[in-house]
Design a protein around this ligand. Structure first.
Ligand code: GLN
Length: 490
């Protein structure tokens, strides 16, 4: 069995049956990290305690204890989630030395389910970006072609899994940051319904949009991780008390009676030919499994990116006010030239600590919230967001699932869009609506472009209806049966 290309499910079964030890599996991934991370830069910080965690799982297994559904499998955690005693940077200079005194609920639950934490993965600074190029710790590369971006902001998580440097990873998705890099790296990525997963201990970017979720090789693996991390958490009042189903055990590959909506605005002329062809193959697959397709219209789709960039920048300007260099994080060096006043103290610390994209968003958000502009921008964005939500709720009266591309084209070359923020923002056209509306979404591998770059298809379902994603996702996965591997795994 090839450890590096196996699913989380296969690995946890092998470890539970003692065909492999957690230590062996963890060492194998650590070897691949040593070999490829210098080139791909998927990780910012490695967890030096990973092997100890693996030994502890093996010891408990030897005693016949129940070690949980993710028994001994090494996973990677986006560096947006706090990990007790392990540096958490959000890929920002302002947090370069921050070691959290507690772990995020998601991390606690993963470890409780037996997973091994291999380390913290790279991202766009504070998860603001679509390429992982804005990281203060250097860019990450796409294991399918190292001249291309792995997507973002969870690009390090995607590169780690695609490159055989973790069996699965956790990402966060505020406007597409799980689904888009999953699409760019041929992985399954799930953004849960807003409120499914606790945000406690996750560095806040835009609190009304942020959700954490899995990035995996298979649909079943995503379901397994979701079962471990979802559910009410008293430490995050926005989490839902909705029961967490055993999704992985209920995957139904017959889609008879299922209606799949195809939103016509998502198939406009800007969609690339290879992407269109891949998405059409995935649509054929669900039809063959019994689903019926219907054309849907979501006319406010063109407003999703403008609303998103008002809401996320406004919330970010407020959330990021806490990085002032007083209690934690980076502080400018005032030993030679002391600050004249508090304003200068903040200016120098924040001016040094934040990168260009983060500053741009804080400025945009502060402007949109400022008196005189609030009604025209932030308030208006909230109103249109409500109308967008209504359009989705109406669409889900006609179908259980929506299918669309994840992006208009596959991964772009490193450097191609970084100096053009608008081009970068427009990358989010198909993904931001799910966050604004709060519905769950999944990216599933659907094929490759002529140049050999992965292409994903997006599935969207109504609030708390993730099972539809897992069902249709499994059908697409099984029917398309993609076997390609990136060269770093050959
Ligand atoms: N690309 C989007 C942005 O730049 C989404 C980021 C995210 O989901 N964290 O904001």
């Amino acid at each position: 069995m090839n450890v590096l290309t196996s699913s989380l499910r296969q690995l946890s079964d092998a470890i539970r049956k003692k065909d492999l030890s957690s230590v062996e599996v963890t060492e194998r991934f650590m070897g691949q990290i040593e070999k490829w991370n210098p080139k791909i830069n998927a990780y910012i910080t490695l967890n030096e305690k990973a092997l100890d965690q693996a030994k502890a799982v093996d010891a408990r297994l030897a005693k016949g204890e129940n070690v949980g559904p993710l028994a001994g499998v090494p996973v990677a955690i986006k560096d947006m989630l706090c990990t007790k005693g392990l540096r958490t940077t959000a890929a920002s200079k302002i947090l370069h030395n921050f070691v959290p005194p507690y772990s995020a609920t998601v991390v606690e639950r993963l470890e409780g389910a037996g997973a091994i934490n291999l380390g913290k993965t790279n991202l766009d600074e504070f998860a603001m970006g679509s390429s992982t190029e804005t990281s203060a710790f250097g860019l990450s590369r796409n294991p399918w072609n190292i001249d291309y971006v792995p997507g973002g902001s969870s690009g390090g998580s995607a590169a780690a899994v695609a490159g055989g440097m973790a069996a699965a990873a956790i990402g966060t998705d505020t406007g597409g940051s799980i689904r888009q890099p999953a699409g760019f790296c041929s992985l399954v990525g799930v953004k849960p319904t807003y409120g499914r997963v606790s945000r406690y201990g996750i560095v806040a970017f835009a609190s009304s949009l942020d959700q954490a979720g899995p990035m995996t090789r298979t649909v079943e693996d995503s379901a397994l991780i979701m079962e471990s991390i979802c559910g009410r958490d008293p430490r995050d009042s926005t989490t839902s008390a909705e029961a967490v189903p055993a999704w992985s055990k209920q995957i139904n590959k017959s889609l008879k009676g299922i209606k799949v909506g195809l939103p016509k605005e998502y198939f406009s002329s800007q969609l690339g030919t290879d992407t269109r062809a891949a998405v059409e193959r995935a649509i054929e697959a669900v039809k063959r499994a019994g689903a019926e397709t219907v054309e849907i219209s979501l006319p406010l789709t063109e407003m999703a990116v403008p609303i998103y960039y008002l809401v996320c920048t406004s919330e970010a300007s407020s959330n990021l006010a806490r990085y002032d260099g007083v209690r934690f994080g980076h502080r400018a060096d005032f030993s030679k030239k002391p600050a004249e006043d508090l304003a200068e103290f903040y200016c120098r610390t924040r001016g040094e600590g934040f990168g260009t994209e983060v500053k741009r968003r804080i400025i945009l958000g502060t402007y949109a919230l400022s008196s005189g502009y609030y009604d025209a921008y932030y308030k208006k964005a909230g109103q249109v967001r409500r109308l967008l939500r209504q359009q989705f709720l109406d669409a889900f009266k006609q179908c259980q699932l929506l299918m669309s591309p994840v992006t208009t084209s596959p991964a772009f070359k490193i450097g191609d869009r970084i100096s053009d923020p608008l081009a970068m923002y427009l990358n989010d056209i198909y993904t931001t609506s799910a966050n604004l509306v709060g519905i769950p979404g999944m990216s599933v591998p659907a094929g490759f472009s002529k140049d050999g770059l992965p292409i994903g298809v997006q599935l969207l379902a109504s609030h708390f209806q993730e099972q539809h994603l897992f069902n249709a996702g499994s059908v697409i996965e099984e029917t398309l049966a993609l076997k390609e591997l990136p060269h770093v795994l050959q």
